[in-house]
Design a protein around this ligand. Sequence first.
Ligand SMILES: [Mn+2]
Length: 241
Amino acid sequence: MRAAPLIGVTTSVTVDEYPERAYVNTAYLAAVQQAGGIPVLLPPQLDARSRAALWERLDGLLLTGGGDVHPDRFGEARHPAVSLVSEARDALEIDLTAQALASGLPLLAICRGVQVLNVALGGSLYQDITSEPGSTIVHTQTEPRDRPTHLVKVMGEGTRLGAIAGVAELPVNSFHHQALKRLGRGLRDVAWAPDGIVEGVELPEAKGFVVGVQWHPEELVGHDAAARNLFEALVAAAAAR
Ligand SMILES: [Mn+2]
């Protein structure tokens, strides 16, 4: 029998703090393990040798949430609300995303992760949702992390996310002050908040499983079948490689 798939999990990194730390919310690790995968942390401090050696062994990739992508990455001047930018993290994650897409490594991208996926494919971001006209709902909730606060409409017909969610409307949590603007090459938006913010994407032309969501399913797996299904779909795709 094949061993359980190894899922690379990217980490946050301290910005302008001493000591420097790499860290990740443990909910991601629990969600991967609950789905049958084995999480392997991928902090930006890995050197080229470590990265290459780990990459050889990975079966899937999870891009996690965190600080903002540097707007240089999509050719815009920096908005004052942009925060917690780590160019080392941007570099690692954009590189890993390109490698995953090139080799068909299954990829689940969450929150900042879906923004990284979009930017890696040449897309751009709204740098601060509340600075945009037409932003009508709260995407930076103060409620507990496992509590849904807005709905997401999911396109059901012919989409991976629709099949995974199993419903046309999902209650989700929301901890993002940025959002996808221009979609990257080949990305298809398949889920939206009531204000039109893109909350889910996939890559129909991808060699493997590629799904990104703007919410935090890792916090919802305790009570939400769609959230569990997302992680199970990633792990199943990783196991099938
Ligand atoms: Mn949201």
